[in-house]
Design a protein around this ligand. Structure first.
Ligand SMILES: [Zn+2]
Length: 397
């Protein structure tokens, strides 16, 4: 089963992503194909099965290089380190793995965060859900990995500082499902995690994100609502916006979708900060999802039915055309009309050098939070609905 069959792939990126960096990554990927042509570049069709303990223990946590949650003792929480990609020193990046293994069998869910290193509310959301679980009362398993892109998290930045050919910042959420023999560390790290840790243990998966440094977003869920298993989960969140879109290849939730595992991406406000209030909405929604799958018992909390939800299938980007100080005239979640002025920009003299209007009617879903901007930066994203034409769309990133 594959969800890839939609055929249309929106290239829109509502996060700020440097075109130069994307281009560099693409070039390296091409080199990778040539360099490892004789290696088995394709991930195994059947992901690694069985748990492999390396024999190492870090701060009391056993180290694994492959995991099958069926091997773990039921009715317990297990705290492990997964051995990720090898660094130039010969040491490895380890990621934290928390498994709540229910006393009874059932579905297996995966919660991830830290694919981008500056998205703290997503880390907190996953930790809070895991801390609430009591494996003795569970039917099924929930696994969490909160620090996927370790070196990006160490400096609380979006991208992985790859060392292979001088410093090169790589967006790990364009690398999935990765390649264990890839040319860059994030590609190899993604391949190891996806093949040996994530894919083999997932009946469904949720990859938590936030906006990025300098660009804040609302609370919303991003996923393909035409997939019934995804729609059923997304609608269980008491958050006010849904971005119904399959977005681009290379993101973690699409790597799961491509192998038949329903998945989507919650977005939890601003980067760098911990927004407890907004996080609590996603804790409640994720708890609902675990109930929906029968992993935990109890009545549903608030869902999308209890709030006003705006569903859009596209996000209209307003890009800066000048340099200067940006003044937003609308707030996140505001409704806007086509033609409505949403921001102005002033030069160093205080003169207005640009006025920005929305071309669509919709709701504000993202805003530049760094007040200075140069031409080309996204200033505003407006969630709206359009009749989507077939074929690939291209957007500024
Ligand atoms: Zn992100």
């Amino acid at each position: 089963m594959s969800y890839k069959s939609k055929g249309r792939l929106d290239r829109r990126d509502f996060m700020i992503a440097s075109i130069a960096t994307v281009g560099a990554s693409a070039a390296l990927a091409v080199n990778a194909g040539a360099a490892d042509a004789q290696a088995a570049a394709t991930p195994p069709a059947n992901p690694a099965s069985g748990t492999v303990y390396t024999g190492d223990v870090i701060e009391g946590k056993k180290v694994i290089s492959a995991l099958d949650v069926n091997d773990l003792e039921p009715g317990k929480k297990h705290l492990l380190y997964f051995q990720g990609v090898e660094m130039p020193t010969g040491q490895h990046w380890y990621v934290s793995v928390t498994v709540a293994k229910g006393a009874k069998p059932g579905k297996r869910g995966i919660l991830t965060s830290g694919v981008h290193g500056d998205e703290m509310s997503s880390v907190h959301t996953v930790q809070t859900v895991m801390n609430q679980l009591n494996p003795a009362e569970m039917s099924g398993t929930v696994m969490a990995v909160t620090d996927i892109s370790r070196p990006a998290l160490e400096s609380m930045q979006r991208r992985w500082p790859n060392q292979g050919r001088g410093i090169d910042l790589i967006d790990m959420n364009r690398e999935w499902p990765g390649n264990e023999n890839g040319a860059t560390a994030p590609s190899r790290h993604a391949g190891l995690l996806f093949n040996r840790l994530l894919r083999p243990n997932a009946d469904f998966a949720i990859d938590f994100h936030t906006g990025t440094t300098g660009f804040e977003v609302t609370a919303f869920n991003l996923g393909g609502m035409d997939v019934p298993e995804v729609k059923a989960m997304v609608e269980l969140y008491p958050v006010g916006q849904i971005f119904d879109n399959h977005v681009y290849p290379g993101v973690l939730h699409n790597a799961f979708m491509d192998v038949g595992i329903p998945s989507f991406t919650p977005e939890i406000g601003a980067a760098r900060v911990l927004d407890r209030e907004m996080s609590s909405l996603f804790v409640e929604g994720t708890t609902n999802v675990l109930k929906h799958h029968g992993i935990i018992a109890g009545p549903m909390g608030r869902t999308g039915k209890d709030v006003t939800v705006f569903v859009g299938n596209s996000a209209f980007p307003v890009l800066a055309t000048a340099g200067g100080l940006v003044e937003h005239l609308v707030k996140l979640n505001d409704k806007v009309e086509a033609g409505q002025k949403v921001a102005i920009q002033r030069n160093s003299f205080g003169e207005v050098v640009a006025e920005y209007t929305s071309s669509v009617a919709g709701e504000i879903t993202g805003q530049r939070s760094d007040a200075m901007s140069e031409p080309g930066n996204p200033l505003v994203f407006i969630l709206f609905n359009k009749s989507v034409p077939e074929g690939v769309e291209s957007y500024p990133e």
